[in-house]
Design a protein around this ligand. Structure first.
Ligand code: ADP
Ligand code: ZN
Length: 212
């Protein structure tokens, strides 16, 4: 099963990607996570991406296209994959089409802007394993600690309010046209993101089971 997760920043793509990955035993890649790891490790890729990310802008298409091509060519993707955060522009989607990889479903998680702004202000992420919590909606069992690995949770640099605004602008301007792009191919499934993670999960699972 080859799945794309679409949605505004903070819509909960990462959480759903992890769940689908575990339930269906297929790998997922988050371009955002991959880029953050590269920045942290100071690699050439990270050095290229950092200024864009800190400003809440998209990194250049060719950078993320390279990441995705490498992932898709790996052996572990032969039974399917989930793309979390790619494509995020029409040129990226066209590059994906040119690889010849067939997509089964584009799952779009819809959340209105004001809710996204509220969510991001409470988001806490684990720098060690990438897990994401929210102080209100998805609190960790032990305050300030990652449920998965126990590491200290931190606020993502690009979750600062002014950066969130820039991310939403680039989402609406550059990424959102992908809804029409994939709807025209008959691949788009829309799920309304709910306040509770488990309610969104139920809708995502229902969409996934219709696919089989
Ligand atoms: P979110 O979806 O919450 O905004 P991500 O972790 O997916 O966060 O992405 C973080 C940042 O990484 C983005 O703001 C952008 O700078 C960069 N990025 C991730 N995926 C892409 C992509 N497909 N194209 C361009 N930039 C990307
Ligand atoms: Zn962790």
């Amino acid at each position: 099963m080859n799945i794309i997760l679409l949605g505004a920043p903070g819509a909960g793509k990462g959480t759903q990607a992890e769940r689908i990955s575990a339930n269906y035993n297929i790998p997922t890649i988050s371009t955002g996570e991959t880029l953050r790891a590269a920045v942290k490790n100071g690699t050439e890729l990270g050095q290229r991406a950092k200024s864009y990310m800190d400003a809440g802008a998209l990194v250049p298409d060719e950078v993320v296209i390279g990441i995705i091509k490498e992932f898709l060519s790996s052996e572990k993707c032969k039974n399917g994959f989930i793309l979390d955060g790619f494509p995020r522009s029409i040129p990226q989607a066209e590059a994906l089409d040119r690889t010849g990889v067939k997509i089964d479903m584009v799952l779009d998680i819809e959340v209105e802007d004001q809710k996204i702004i509220d969510r991001m202000s409470g988001r806490r992420v684990c720098p060690a394993c990438g897990a994401s919590h929210h102080i209100m909606y998805n609190p960790p069992k032990i305050s300030g600690k990652c449920d998965k690995c126990g590491n200290d949770l931190v606020i993502r640099k690009d979750d600062a309010p002014e950066t969130v605004k820039a991310r939403l602008d680039s989402y609406h301007g550059i990424t959102e046209p992908l809804k029409d792009y994939y709807a025209a191919k008959g691949l788009l499934t829309v799920v309304e993101g709910q306040d509770k993670v488990e309610d969104t999960s139920a809708l995502v699972d229902a969409a996934m089971s219709r696919l089989k």
